[in-house]
Write a protein that binds this ligand. Structure first.
Ligand code: FAD
Length: 473
């Protein structure tokens, strides 16, 4: 009896929701299918208010589907899909394909759906502060989801949103250098960049001035957005800390439509939060000023070999010896991106600021001895000294949308005892034998000391870190 009654109630409720949909709640943002989604004339008037810079987004996979199918254009999208530049140029595309939720996937059948879906519906191509103010006003008035977008690099898809309007900051491209910036906390070279500047643009200009700035290894990652606000690691992180550790001052737009300064002496809490507390959370960064450092040159090295001819035990001995030894390198300011599975090992690169080739070779001597003398492994090795430090590298930027990764920051304490180190290697074995594609394992050491004892929102785990450890699928 009770079951019959329950089934009746569920059926009635289901019928109600299927026919009427849930009551719109003011807590939920409205979506394009809702009655109160703005009509065409409202969008037109909004477009006028932002000087005609409103873009109605079109997914970049559109030429691969249905009546819009165009073989040549579709082929181009498919061929360029793993290049950041394809997505960078778009007002809505994101580099981590999972978050597109197959809304308009260029690799699915021609007859499959191509909808805006999880891409933002509209983007405002911002060139003035007023455009951000107007967009905030508009989305608040209509209860529409609001997103800040810079390059679309975010691994968590945080620069997109279903039914959203975004402020697209990518075309804000001013950069200003200071030979001797002075504030209450710092005196020295610095650079102020607008929100759309990418890491490689800073590096190129820094190089002309004999300076280095902590920017991403991958050249096209934005600087002032998710990168710096999320921490931001770099080839030179073991020497100077994270990007968030370098901040001197922000110009930031708050959701109550004010452009304010956030620095160690003005709006200190906002400054603290923006320096490592996560992008798209505390305000819309218009510009950031960061420290620059004298370029002391660097040495980079590349090594790769396979497990051909080695027993599994020998392979584990090599991986174990390598992993055990990285603290000797990171403690001298070195950063290393290694990648390994059961068949191959590489580091590409090992990056050593303010090191000569000789000093890197002597630090690598135990590994080279192991490969040459103990296991007779043939390997490719290349080492080069740079008078001008190449802080971002083209080679690091071609791997988007091809894999899924997640990981952990590994504390240096794992290296404190044989027991904890062996436990770590036990986990590495389980992961690799479990069939992951590989482990992307970045050794770096952004301690408080190298970072200059900043007071910011960077996750404290970074301060004792030895690795950013990412199994990839
Ligand atoms: C190919 C590739 C290479 C990478 N290389 C590195 C690397 O070398 N080092 C490293 O540390 N990380 C790296 N990352 C990770 C990268 O730093 C993060 O994905 C970061 O979130 C990207 O920031 P973005 O602003 O460029 O991207 P977006 O996707 O545009 O934005 C990311 C987040 O920041 C917010 N945001 C953007 N602009 C602003 C703004 N002006 N104000 C407020 N919030 C804003 C967005 O709302 C979103 O939440 C890489 C990622 C990829 C895909």
């Amino acid at each position: 009896m009770w079951n019959t009654f329950l089934a009746f109630v569920i059926t009635v409720l289901l019928e109600y929701f299927v026919s009427n949909g849930p009551e719109p709640s003011s807590e939920c943002r409205i979506l394009p299918q809702d009655d109160n989604w703005p009509k065409k004339n409202i969008w037109e008037s909004f477009n006028r208010s932002v000087d005609g810079r409103l873009i109605r987004t079109i997914p970049i996979g559109t030429p691969c589907h249905q009546e819009n199918f165009d073989l040549e254009k579709c082929q181009y999208v498919q061929d360029s899909w793993h290049e950041p530049e394809l997505h960078l140029a778009s007002a809505s595309s994101m580099m981590d394909f999972i978050f597109a939720n197959k809304s308009c996937d260029p690799f699915t059948a021609k007859t499959d759906q191509c909808i805006v879906g999880t891409y933002v519906q509209y983007a405002v191509n911002v060139s003035e502060v007023e455009h951000v103010f107007k967009t905030i006003e508009f989305v608040k008035q209509h209860n529409i989801r609001f997103v800040v977008r810079n390059t679309g690099h975010d691994f968590m898809g945080r620069s997109t949103g279903t039914g959203a309007v975004s402020v697209w900051m990518h075309h804000l491209q001013d950069m200003e250098w200071f030979e001797n910036y002075t504030s209450s906390t710092y005196s020295g070279p610095a650079v102020k960049v607008q929100a759309g500047i990418m890491g490689y643009q800073i590096s190129e200009e820094a190089e002309k001035r004999g300076l280095v700035v902590v920017v991403g290894e991958c050249p096209t990652v934005g600087f002032a957005g998710g990168y710096l606000q999320g921490g931001g690691h770099s080839f030179i992180t073991s020497s100077y800390g994270l990007a968030a550790d370098q901040t001197l001052s922000f110009e930031v737009i708050t959701m109550d439509r004010k452009l304010v300064i956030a620095s160690p002496t003005e709006n200190e809490d906002l400054y603290w939060a923006l320096s490592g507390g996560g992008g798209g959370t505390y305000g819309i960064v218009w510009s950031v000023t960061v420290k620059a450092f004298l370029d002391l040159g660097a040495t980079s090295a590349y090594l790769s070999f396979t497990s051909d001819g080695l027993s599994r035990d020998e392979w584990w001995s090599i991986l174990s010896a390598w992993n055990r030894g990285t603290p000797n390198l990171t403690d001298t300011g070195i950063w290393i991106s290694s990648n390994y599975n059961l068949e191959h090992f590489s580091f590409a690169p090992l990056f050593a600021p303010n090191h000569s080739i000789g000093s890197v070779m002597s630090l690598l001597a135990p590994l080279i001895h192991l490969l040459d003398d103990e296991f007779k492994v043939s390997y490719n090795f290349n080492i080069e000294h740079h008078d001008k430090t190449p802080v971002s590298s083209q080679e690091m930027d071609n791997k988007i949308s091809g894999f899924q990764m997640g990981g952990r920051i590994l504390p240096r304490s794992l290296w404190d005892s044989d027991e904890s180190f062996e436990a770590f290697m036990g986990v590495v074995k389980v992961i690799l034998e479990g069939g992951v594609h590989s482990i992307w394992d970045v050794a770096m050491r952004p301690t408080m000391e190298v970072a200059g004892h900043p007071n910011n929102a960077v996750h404290p785990a970074w301060r004792n870190a030895e690795r950013m450890f990412n199994p990839t699928l």
